[in-house]
Write a protein of this length. Sequence first.
Length: 693
Amino acid sequence: MITTVYIPKKSLEHLFDHTEIGTLLQLGGYNDYIFLEDENSIILSEIRQNVSFIQNFYGKDIDLVSAIVGKNGAGKSSIMRQFNYPIDQLSQGSLFVWEGIINGRVITKIINQTKKEIVAPENIEVVTNWDFLNILYYSPIIDFELKSARSPVNPSSKFDSSLQQYYLKSLHQQGLLMGSSLIPKIIESYPDFPNYKVLTLSAHNFTKDYFMETYVLSNFGNPNRGDTLVHELNRTIQTLETIPEETITRRKEDVINEYKDYLRYLKADSFTEKLKQIWDIPEYLPQDQFNKIHDQKNIIKDVEVLILSYLQAGAVFVQNGLGAPYNFDDFLKAENFEQRLDQLLTQYIIQKSDLLHDIFISNFGRVSLQNSDEIIKIIKEDKFHSFGSVEFAPVKRGIIKNVEDFTKIKKFYSFMTALYTEGESISFDFEKEYKTFSDFNELYKEIITILSRYNRGNEAVLFDFSPDKKLSNGEKVLLDLFSSFYSYVIENKRHKQICKEHLVLLLDEPELGYHPLWKKKFVLAITTVLPILFSELKPLKYNAALKNWESTGKDAPSLQIIFSTHDPLTLSDVLFENVIFLDKAEDQKTIISTSKKRTFGANVSDLFADSFFISDGLIGEFSDSKINKTIDWLRDENDKADQELHRILIEKIDEPIIQRKLAQMYSEKMKTDLAKKLLQIELEEIQNRLNKM
C-alpha cells in the first residue's frame, strides 16, 4: 500500500507555495515518513511509527482506505491525478512510499518518479517503476480534460463520440456485470447492491416533424428542381460538344427518351414527399398516432421504418454530371424490407453514377445486397477515371462506402429478426442471454454510427432501453463504478494481461449525485463489493532473476482505495489518520492541515465545520441573510414596519435555539406573547411524541 506521497517543490506550483521543501501527504499505514529536499536530492529524514494503524480494518483484502478532503478549489482532483503518474498527462513526478508485509515484517519501498537522487537507509529499496502494482483512476464526471487521465476504467477516457455511444458502453458494462456468476455472492455480502436482471428495448418513436424540420430547414428537403434540370441540360450540351459533328446520329426515340428524363426531374417528388410515402406504406402506417412515424406495436416494423427514414433523409446528392434520376415508384413497389433496402441503395448508386448502375444491371439484372461483394469488385476494377472535369475516384469510393454500410445494416436487421418473437419490444435476461446482448450492442453501436452519418451528422437513435428495476441516479452512478471495474477485470482476463500483486484505486469524487442514504452506504459498498469483483484476477509478481512473471500464491490482488470527497456522510467512515485535509492560506495557496479533526463516526455538523473548513455557520446563505435582516429589524426600536412578515419568518425557523431567542426579542419589541405561543406549540409536540412511545 502507498502510505506517503512527497510532491517535490516546484511541482503543482498552481496549488502549493513551495519554498525549501515540497508537500508531504500521509495516507496512513504502519509508519509516517518525513522528507527533506535540497537542490540535488530528497532525503528520508525520519520514520515515525503510526501506533494507531489497524491492519485489515476494512477487510482482509483491502490494505488501506484513505480520503482527500478540504476547501473548495484546494486541488483534490489535481492531487488525485498526481497519484496517477506516469500515464496521466497532467501528472508530474512525485515520490511514493510503499509498505507491505513479507514473512511477518514490514517492508518499505520508495518509488522515485522525480529526477532527484533519493537518500534513504540501506534497508529501504529505491525503485523507479511500478512493476508490483497497478493504479486505476476513476471519476464519474464526463469531462474532456479527464480524457488525458488515460485510465482503462475512467468514463471520460472511453468517451469518444456521443452521449448515446457512451450510454451504450455503460449498458454493455452493466450487462457484463449483471450476467456474472459473482452477482449472487455480491448480493449475499451486500444486499443493497443496485442491480437489475432484464433489459428491454423498444423502438424510439420520433414525430414526423423531427425529420421534416431537420431537412426542410436545412434546405435539403425541397431541392430546386429547376436547378436539377439546368444541370442535366448542361451535361447534354457538354456531351454534344465533345462528340465530332459527323458522328452525331439522333433517333427520334432517343430524343423522346431524353426529354422524358427531363420531365421526370421536374415531376420528381421532393425528399420530404418521399419520406411521407415511406411512412404511408400500409405495414408502417400508425393506426392511432398519425403524427408519429410508427405506433410501437411491432418492434421489427418500427425499426424498419426508422432505418428507411434515416437512409432516405440522407439521399441528398451534389449534382456531379454522372448521375441520373431515380424513379421512386420502384421503391414503392418493393414488397419487404430487404427489397426496399436494395432500392434505396439503387437510388444512391444511380444518382451518383448512371454508368456504374448500367454495368450492375447488365451483370446482375438489378442492384441487390446479395451481390455486394461482386458490386465492390466491379467498382474497384473499373478503369473509368473522369468525366469532363469530374474526378470519378471519389464517386466510386462513395458508392463502395454505401454498399458496405447497407450490408452492415442488413446484417443488423437479420440479427434483430432472429431475436424477435412478437410484440413491441425485445428483452435480454442477463443471466441467460448476456452473450446475445453483447453481440447486439456491438452491432447496434456500429449501426448508430452509420445512420448518424446519413442523418447529416445528427445522432441517430433506434431504441429506448428500460431495465426491469427502476434505479435512482445515485444507484446508476454506483453501478457504473462497479461495472467499469468489472469490465477491466474481464478485459484483463480476456487479453491475458498481467495483474500485479497490488491495485491502487483512485476514486475522484465518486459519490457525486448520490442520495444521502447512498452516501452513508458508500464506503461499506465499495469495501464489500470491490474485493469480490477483483477476486477473478490472479496476481503475478516479476522475478528479476528469471525475467518472467510468476504466481504470488495469492487468490486475488490486494486493494488500496484512495478517494476524494465533498461529503461528510462518506468521510464519517474513514479514520482521521487516513485523511488528507487541504486548506487554503491567505494567499489562496493550498496547505496541508495537520490539526486534529473529527472524522470516523463523527456527526455531520462536526464534519462540515471541522473537515470541510466551513467556519461561518452551517445554514444556507439565503436563510442566513433573511434571519440577519430580521435581527437588524428587531434591534431597531423605532422600525415597526413589516412586523407581520418578521413574525411569520420567526415562526418558520426550525432551529429551536435561534427561534426562541428571536421570538423573545420580538415579544419584547412588539409587546406580544409570541415567545410563549411558540413554547406552547413545542410543548404540545413533545407531549404528542410521549403519547406515542
